[in-house]
Design a protein around this ligand. Structure first.
Ligand SMILES: Nc1ncnc2c1ncn2[C@@H]1O[C@H](COP(=O)(O)OP(=O)(O)OP(=O)(O)O)[C@@H](O)[C@H]1O
Ligand SMILES: [Mg+2]
Length: 277
């Protein structure tokens, strides 16, 4: 299977600090790949490599390759790359403007001016982010007045408005309450029909519930990557085992739960179980 995103023997240094170490991994089209690991192990740094967000950080040096659809990201225009590889951050940060303008911002930046088309894009994006019903009567009101969970769904709508192929989520629910978290998790599961998702999370239950495969990073190394259920139930590396058992005993239970939910929804179980992926 051709990877949509890939790193090959990728190293990253912040100054003299070696933060990502010889990482080779492939992200497959339409999968949800969770990235887990202790704080400071390099998860966010890895995520930012995929759409060249590290380029903005002074003192960053890299070795090896990052590919999007088989092409080195360094050869791509960052603006075009980031349109196709969108990102949702830990803290929802709507722009200080109306709900409508937040969602229309990206399409406008990419040259869409036709007002009718913009109205359509805004509605479709808000529907996909499951926010439409809550905001359809107040599109011209400030986005800053929304609740935390609504703001995060607005940021998701904003990302979807430019029709990305990949959405990178960096701990998208860590500032949200359980109800808002559950809604975002449902969205992530739904999205895998249309998008490829890379989800960084500290919440092992979330990784287990939403992802097809999981990658475990430790101290800048990719320790193991595999089908989520497999990795949670039968980790191969003692470091993974220690992390999973220490951090959250419920992770394995949730993995089983996640699989049951996928089966109930009729999602092919092979998707997660195909060893060739
Ligand atoms: N801009 C930066 N300049 C220098 N060092 C950095 C920078 N950003 C991150 N680091 C360091 O790189 C390492 C990896 O950071 P990163 O933010 O990728 O970890 P993480 O796994 O996302 O952690 P967390 O779970 O806490 O978000 C850490 O040691 C961090 O201190
Ligand atoms: Mg991080």
């Amino acid at each position: 299977m051709t990877a949509i995103l890939e790193t090959r023997h990728f190293d990253l240094y912040y100054g003299r600090r070696h933060v990502l170490k010889d990482i080779s991994l492939a992200v497959h089209p339409n999968e949800v790949l969770a990235v887990i690991g202790p704080s400071g192990c390099g998860k966010s740094t890895l995520l930012r490599c995929f759409n060249r967000m590290n380029d903005r950080i002074p003192g960053v040096r890299t070795k090896g390759e990052v590919l999007f659809e088989g092409r080195p990201v360094q050869e791509l225009d960052p603006v075009v790359l980031r349109r196709q590889v969108g990102m949702v951050f830990q803290r929802p940060t709507p722009f200080p403007m109306s709900i409508f303008d937040n969602v229309a911002y990206g399409p406008r930046m990419h040259g869409r001016r036709d007002p009718e088309r913009l109205v359509e894009i805004v509605e479709t994006s808000l529907r996909r982010a499951a926010l439409w019903d809550e905001v359809k009567g107040k599109l011209r009101e400030s986005a800053l007045a929304l609740s935390g969970g609504q703001k995060q769904r607005l940021c998701i709508a904003r990302t979807l408005a430019v029709e990305p192929k990949v959405v990178l989520f960096d701990e998208p629910t860590s500032s949200l309450d359980p109800a808002a978290t559950a809604r975002i998790e449902e969205l992530i599961e739904e999205f895998s029909a249309s998008y490829t998702i890379v989800l960084v999370t500290h919440d092992l239950g979330q990784a287990a519930r939403t992802s097809d495969r999981t990658a475990f990073l430790f101290d800048g190394e990719l320790v193991e990557i595999g089908e989520t259920r497999e990795l949670f139930q039968r980790p191969r590396d003692p470091r993974t085992w220690r992390y999973l058992s220490g951090a959250d005993e419920r992770g394995a239970q949730s993995a089983r739960l996640g699989r049951m939910r996928r089966l109930r929804r009729g999602r092919p179980s092979q998707k997660a179980g195909d060893a060739s992926r």
